[in-house]
Design a protein around this ligand. Structure first.
Ligand SMILES: [Fe+2]
Ligand SMILES: [Fe+2]
Length: 192
């Protein structure tokens, strides 16, 4: 066995040292090109956004009333479940990157990009949800752009979530057109 120090041995030591670092850092290798602190901050903000959206949709699900309640409440419930699923995915990715998903209720609304607005009527609730979805679409587009080639795995996850938020926004816009007589092109005049 080689005993005297050689450049090769030095390399082995370096590889071992780096391997130990890899173990501590989990999925983050030296190839990871994003600024990790920023990546975790962005992902935790997205997590807060998803938690707030879950809570808002759930509240709307329980509070939906009026003759259109049934179809709309189902939609609220479906979206609440989607947002919960997004929160799970993001939390898992944060953990993979060696971070800690922030579920602290304190400061949740400050971290979240979207707001928690209760809304009095069914139309108000749908409007608030549409606004929140549009905010999510905008900020997730930014996040996707930021990850770019620096962290393709996080980028792909956020792209998938972004596509779902666009669907959500479209669902809410369609409901609003159907239910709100003030929307252009709707002459039915019937509200919730
Ligand atoms: Fe979501
Ligand atoms: Fe959404």
């Amino acid at each position: 066995m080689e005993t005297k120090p050689t450049p090769f041995l030095t390399d082995i030591q370096e590889i071992r040292r780096r391997a130990r670092e890899h173990v501590e850092k989990g999925a983050v290798t030296p190839d990871y090109k994003a600024d990790l602190q920023t990546a975790l901050k962005l992902l935790n903000e997205a997590l807060a956004t998803e938690i707030v959206c879950t809570l808002r949709y759930r509240r709307h699900y329980y509070m939906a009333s009026g003759i259109h309640r049934e179809g709309v409440a189902d939609e609220f419930k479906e979206h609440a479940d989607d947002e919960q699923q997004h929160a799970n995915q993001i939390a898992e990715r944060i953990r993979q990157l060696g971070g800690a998903p922030n579920f602290n209720p304190e400061g949740l609304l400050t971290r979240s990009h979207a707001q928690y607005t209760e809304g009095d009527s069914l139309v108000d609730m749908i409007k608030e949800d549409l606004i929140a979805e549009r905010i999510a679409v905008e900020s997730y587009t930014e996040i996707v752009r930021w990850f770019g080639d620096r962290d393709p795995t996080s980028r792909r996850m956020m792209e998938e979530i972004l596509a779902k938020e666009e669907e959500h926004a479209d669902d809410m816009a369609t409901l609003l057109e159907t239910l709100d007589p003030r929307q252009p092109g709707n002459g039915a005049g019937e509200v919730h």
